[in-house]
Design a binder for this molecule. Sequence first.
Ligand code: ADP
Length: 176
Amino acid sequence: MEIRIVTGDITRQDTDAIVNAANSSLLGGGGVDGAIHRAAGPDLLAHCRKLRETTLRDGLPVGKAVATPAGRLPNDWVIHTVGPNWHQGQHEPRLLVSCFRESLDAAVAVGARSVAFPAISAGIYGWDPAEVARIAAETLAAGNPAWEESIEEVRFVLFNPSLTAVFEDAFGVSRA
Ligand code: ADP
């Protein structure tokens, strides 16, 4: 499983799946969630509404993940996960660990061989980006045989170069 850290827009990745830092409603929001829904078009919202009417009537809990088809995005799947909201007192690292683990498990379940992640919770939800990056690195380092077997690439797509540097530091990537 290769880990790549890049600066870019998560709606323009050639991975089988992209992860959305969603909110519990799954019905869209700001930040990366809004960007993903805009790029995916109305089909993505329709898939999310269907989940809310069936298996997720109370919404998606913090730390959980669920996959839907990706509408007109270039990907096959959007994996929606709900990060902890620092501003609402959700400060436990295990919640963020769970987002990364559940998202990778969801990727395995749908057969996605490459997955792109944004910096979950590091925007509107107010977590320190360095803490998000550290937790991502530790969770990936701890590993899981199912991920190793079926996922070829995990890509972290950061919205600006300074955030990319934070992730590179956490993952021990040396910069030229
Ligand atoms: P959260 O509510 O989980 O904090 P946000 O969407 O507010 O989620 O922010 C998460 C991260 O995603 C932030 O670092 C933000 O800059 C970044 N981001 C916003 N739009 C995009 C995008 N199109 N591609 C990649 N990252 C993005």
